[in-house]
Design a protein around this ligand. Structure first.
Ligand SMILES: Cc1cc2nc3c(=O)[nH]c(=O)nc-3n(C[C@H](O)[C@H](O)[C@H](O)COP(=O)(O)OP(=O)(O)OC[C@H]3O[C@@H](n4cnc5c(N)ncnc54)[C@H](O)[C@@H]3O)c2cc1C
Length: 445
């Protein structure tokens, strides 16, 4: 019998582990928290949990937006944020070997010292962990050009539900022996195993970036303009959309005056040797559509534009309780999706703010309701609006969650999106890897 791990059952630890950034909390707090500082801690905790049938909720920084890392009644939260060393940056192979608790921005900074870049950059880049990014297959601002976390994971060390340790994937850029288990574990939201190590692909750090904002009369017009950018042959690294109400919220937080410049804004960044030329093409395309385009004169100005975009969510959190959605639709349908979302908001009489990664068709419609306790039920009209937005995403050939994950918040809709056969197949895979059902029960598919 494996000895019980050291579990912190103090009020403070249990309170902190009972929520993430989704704002949702269960009706009861978890039994306690294990602060793992080594792979052995993780292995012993899972071996003990498997033997005793104790539910385990793995947790990184708790910045998730799907209530997937939330410790629920009876569960032990396994906090792996303390296993956080960057073991190696290999400039020749252009890869990094890291532990799961490394903060995303720290890895990128370490890569920068070698002229390299860790490309995935979620809005939470300064607080989220690499383990959490892998478990959610996080996207980010640079996704329009560089893709999502999965595109940068070469190999993983994973502790399985019974405490055994496996290594999947490989460190070569190519390799197809066996099934793609890296792909299976990436995005599995702590339900198939605990990531305790990762080999990640780095890319050459762009020699230049060029950044601009473009203001258009409406969010639908801005979304339509993204299709024109795609058609121009340009491929921006960043192509973000922020609607007018969200601009007002950012202004209120920052003291800026963005909303006065137009009904919606695109933030565009190109990178690489031809960055200026590529941005000029984007700017000409946008101006031909009547946009008010301003190119950032300095890197500091460019950074402040991106920082304003990163503050969209905190700006809305300051306005009330948020229900954060995360749909993606084919890019050609973005403008239509935004028009329909605004119509849904009007019909359900709720405030819906929209921003997101327009370059990869990913919108974050945020429903803001009056402040309330985390375990108070969402107002019925907010839930109704969210359900209609999910239905819209599926109707338009998209997805209910592009990057935040299913978690505890979107389970019913995940089943609808996947369909009964694929959902049943996923349930069987989960049962195969976690036969006693201890890994994050009640969350994900
Ligand atoms: C302001 C803000 C902006 C954001 N912007 C983005 C964005 O642009 N793109 C995006 O994708 N997300 C974004 N997010 C959401 C969030 O930051 C990401 O989902 C992130 O990947 C979560 O990382 P974390 O370390 O906080 O994980 P947690 O929230 O702690 O956990 C998330 C999930 O991962 C699992 N998990 C964590 N670590 C491990 C591990 N080592 N092994 C196995 N499972 C594990 C947990 O069980 C849970 O299911 C944003 C959040 C905020 C607050």
């Amino acid at each position: 019998m494996t000895a019980e791990p050291r579990i912190d059952a103090g009020e403070e630890a249990r309170d902190a582990a009972a929520r993430d950034r989704s704002g949702w909390a269960g009706s009861a707090r978890p039994a306690g928290v294990v602060q793992a500082t080594s792979v052995d801690d993780v292995r012993r905790t899972l071996a003990w949990a498997d033997e005793t049938g104790t539910p385990v909720v793995t947790r990184g920084a708790g910045s998730g937006l799907a209530a997937a890392a939330v410790g629920v009644a009876g569960a032990v939260v396994l906090d792996v944020s303390g296993i956080d060393r960057i073991l190696e940056i290999d400039p020749v192979e252009q890869l990094a070997r890291v532990e799961p608790g490394v903060i995303t921005a720290s890895l990128d900074a370490a890569a920068a010292a070698h002229g390299l870049m860790y490309a995935p950059d979620p809005g939470s880049v300064g607080i989220s962990t690499i383990g959490g990014n892998i478990a959610t297959n996080a996207g980010g601002l640079r996704g329009a050009k560089y893709g999502v976390t999965r595109d940068h994971v070469l190999a993983l060390d994973v502790v399985l539900a019974d405490g055994s340790l496996v290594r999947v994937g490989r460190e070569t850029l190519k390799g197809v022996t066996g099934y793609d288990l890296v792909g299976l574990f990436t995005g599995s939201e702590g339900t198939l195993g605990v990531v305790v190590g990762a080999t990640l692909r780095l890319v050459p750090r762009p020699v230049r970036t060029a950044t601009a904002t473009a203001f258009l009369p409406s969010a639908a017009a801005a979304a339509g303009a993204t299709a024109a950018i795609a058609g121009s042959g340009a491929r921006p690294a960043v192509l973000e959309i922020i609607d007018g109400p969200t601009l007002e919220a950012i202004d209120a937080l920052d003291g800026s005056a963005l909303a006065a410049r137009g009904g919606a804004c695109l933030v565009v960044q190109t990178d690489g040797f031809g960055a200026d030329e590529e941005l000029a093409l984007v700017a000409a395309t946008l101006r031909s559509l009547g946009a008010d385009v301003r190119v950032a004169a300095t890197p500091e100005e460019a950074e402040s534009l991106l920082a304003a975009r990163r503050r969209a969510l905190p700006a809305l959190e300051a306005r009330g309780r948020v229900l954060i959605e995360d749909i993606a639709v084919p890019r050609g349908r973005l403008a239509h999706a935004i028009e329909r979302i605004h119509a849904i908001a009007d019909e359900e009489r709720v405030d819906v703010y929209v921003f997101g990664h327009a370059g990869d068709g990913n919108l974050h419609p945020i429903i803001v309701t009056p402040p309330a306790g985390p375990s108070d039920p969402m107002p019925a009209e907010a839930q109704a609006a969210a359900d209609r937005i999910f239905a819209l995403a599926i109707e338009l050939g998209g997805t209910i969650t592009a990057e935040h994950g299913v978690g505890r918040l979107k389970r019913a809709w995940a089943e609808r999106e996947l369909g009964p056969e694929v959902h049943a197949l996923q349930t069987r895979i989960r049962a195969l890897l976690d036969p006693r059902g201890i890994l994050n029960p009640g969350s994900s598919v």
